[in-house]
Design a protein around this ligand. Structure first.
Ligand SMILES: [Fe+2]
Ligand SMILES: [Fe+2]
Length: 268
């Protein structure tokens, strides 16, 4: 398992700029897509944007809670990454979709469709855990809880599921090459973030086995909302993705379980 210092060094080598992604071919793709493809992408992109806005603003508390310089170095890179991801989505909206009224309507609709499960994870659990960590950066339990929500649930289960299926879909249909390039780089950044979360929780549990129960309780609290978030927003909504209804949930849970084994937490 990589240490924060190694993950920081990986970041130096993997550096990319949102401004440099070539989006020139995407507007043509966007306007020639069929209705079902465009609706799916509107929904997924709106969800990503709503989530990333939360993700990039609810993070600095973790940077403050760093235990040493190496961890602080890595966490600073993650803070920059999350803002870069938001910048990339904003660029895609402005240069490819280029329809602020439609974007506004789709974002509002995504919020409504995602509804309570999304609010429970992002607006309640994440925001409350972040506020607590910001007030008490030395509180171990607060840090463990925050990393469980942010790195295990949001990045390690929801994010990884969205990127796996969406990147496959775009590649198979040869759609939106610029977006696929940027989103692929975002997914690679997320692998580093998740690796940090796994490292941190493993250390925390090894130091104090009682932390395992804290991780487990939070996961059990949020997993029903996670399962609902990846279920089709309406009957047959995932048909265009070409996946079975339970496939996304199963993929996410499998990814999460693999990490929990490394950390030493069992859900059963
Ligand atoms: Fe991100
Ligand atoms: Fe991330």
């Amino acid at each position: 398992m990589k240490t924060p210092q190694q993950l920081y060094e990986d970041w130096e080598h993997a550096h990319w700029a949102a401004r440099d992604i070539d989006l020139s071919r995407d507007p043509e793709h966007w306007s020639s897509m069929d209705e079902s493809e465009r609706n799916l992408l509107y929904f997924v992109l709106s969800s990503l944007m709503v989530a990333e806005e939360r993700i990039s603003t609810q993070f600095c508390g973790l940077v403050l809670s760093q235990d040493d310089e190496e961890e602080g170095s890595f966490l600073s890179t993650q803070l920059v990454d999350e803002n870069k991801h938001m910048q990339f989505y904003a660029r895609f909206q402005n240069e490819v979709v280029a329809d602020p009224a439609a974007i506004g309507a789709h974002v509002a609709r995504a919020r409504e469709v995602l509804g309570d499960p999304f609010r429970k994870v992002f607006d309640e659990a994440l925001v409350e855990a972040h506020d607590r960590l910001r007030r008490e950066p030395d509180n171990r339990e607060a840090k463990v809880d925050f990393v469980t929500i942010y790195h295990m649930i949001i990045e390690g289960t929801l994010g990884i599921t969205a990127s796996h299926f969406l990147l496959d879909f775009l590649e198979e249909r040869e759609l939106l090459p610029g977006f696929a390039d940027g989103y692929g780089r975002i997914a690679a950044d997320e692998q580093r973030h998740i690796a940090y979360g796994t490292w941190f929780l493993r250390e925390a549990v090894a130091e104090d086995p009682a932390m395992a129960e804290l991780v487990r309780a939070r996961l059990i609290d949020l997993l029903p909302a996670v399962a609902e978030s990846v279920s089709p927003p309406s009957e047959g909504a995932w048909d265009v993705l070409g996946v079975e209804d339970g496939e996304l949930g199963a993929y996410g849970l499998n990814a999460l379980t693999r990490r929990l084994n490394l950390i030493g937490v069992s859900l059963g």
